[in-house]
Design a binder for this molecule. Structure first.
Ligand SMILES: NC(=O)c1ccc[n+]([C@@H]2O[C@H](COP(=O)([O-])OP(=O)(O)OC[C@H]3O[C@@H](n4cnc5c(N)ncnc54)[C@H](O)[C@@H]3O)[C@@H](O)[C@H]2O)c1
Length: 314
């Protein structure tokens, strides 16, 4: 059983709390938040657990074997380090940290202490991305020519720009799907509001085999967009996370010649909530001492690429 101390009960912390509490594999033992109003909300749902306003006491409280960190991004590193130093497995919200050096330090401690680091990249646990991974690995539609990803509208943050906030999703998805890194990066950053970080970004990644990727991220948009388009040699795949059921549509080429005629296929997708599958995955990983999704320095690869995208000024 995962006995969880949850640090941060804001927008995303509430979703994590529900998923860990509703799972047969885990149980929330304590919640820590600096805001009294958020603690009061949590108490209405979980009246019989411990509450803290200091993360160190929450981490040190009895019988905790997983610390879940859902506080603002700029606090992740210090809380994650303290939890690992005190022999806890950790699940950290994305992004794990905004510095590759810090991610490397956390990895070192986790190896020394023999404790696991999980990061909530929720799409790694979604039915859509698992389905797309199988399609890519099977090579049934030939090689990938182009990928476009549009992620627009999200809460505006003051401690992390839109690249660390939204592009983290795109980069974790691409790293998982392609298992390789780009050879060229171009970033155009746009800051539309004074006193706020960069809120829009246009990112172009070039991979070997002439694969071109375009990412558009923006917090500011009248409508919410979560759309990935993958152009294969023999088909075009659209993945729209805003669709309730038919999230993936595959348009198969009608002929081998270049034309705009397609057959439409709408596959059945596993629609279970990704966070509930993440809880199950963490439980199995801790129990079996394996962590396949995060092996081969996955977190370092994601942070390294995000750092390069963020530092690029082409
Ligand atoms: N995986 C995802 O898809 C996803 C989605 C949304 C947010 N997030 C991530 O979750 C994190 C939190 O985002 P949010 O939207 O929930 O923010 P939020 O502001 O709604 O919640 C953060 C909470 O942490 C509390 N807090 C701040 N400092 C603290 C500290 N030192 N100790 C304990 N509690 C503290 C705040 O009082 C607040 O209640 C961010 O890193 C964000 O990137 C991830």
């Amino acid at each position: 059983m995962l006995n969880v101390a949850l640090i941060g009960y804001g927008y995303w912390g509430k979703k994590l709390s529900r998923n860990f509490q509703n799972s047969e594999y885990s149980c929330i033992k304590s919640i820590c938040d600096l805001k009294k109003s958020n603690i009061n909300l949590a108490k209405k749902i979980l009246p019989n657990i411990k509450y803290f306003n200091d993360y160190k006491s929450a981490i040190l409280s009895k019988n905790i074997n997983l610390v879940v960190i859902a506080s603002p991004t700029s606090t992740h590193y210090k809380i994650a380090k303290y939890a690992l130093d005190n022999n806890k497995n950790i699940l950290v919200e994305k992004p794990l940290s905004m510095s590759l050096m810090e991610v490397r330090r956390l990895n070192k401690i986790s190896k020394k202490r023999n404790k696991m680091i999980f990061v909530d990249y929720p799409f790694l646990f979604s039915g859509t991305i698992s389905y797309i991974k199988k399609i890519i690995d099977s090579k049934k539609f030939g090689k990938i020519l182009e990928i476009e990803s549009f992620r627009e509208q999200a809460p505006v943050r003051s401690d992390a720009n839109v690249i660390w906030d939204l592009c983290t999703h795109d980069i974790s998805i691409l790293t998982f799907l392609l298992n390789t890194t780009p050879t060229k990066i171009k970033t155009i950053k746009k800051k539309n509001f004074r006193n706020l970080p960069v809120d829009s970004a246009y990112i172009n990644l070039k991979y070997k085999n002439n694969l071109n990727v375009l990412i558009k991220n923006s917090w500011i948009s009248a409508i919410k967009i979560r759309l990935i388009k993958i152009k294969f040699e023999k088909a075009m795949l659209f993945c729209d996370e805003n669709e309730s059921m038919y999230k993936i549509k595959i348009y198969k080429n009608k002929s081998s010649k270049v034309s705009n005629k397609y057959f439409l296929e709408v596959p059945e997708i596993d629609l279970r909530e990704p966070l509930s599958k993440m809880v199950k995955y963490i439980h199995a990983s801790v129990k079996n001492k394996t962590n396949n999704l995060f092996k081969n320095d996955f977190n370092e690869k994601v942070t390294n690429l995000l750092e390069k995208i963020n530092n690029n000024n082409d």
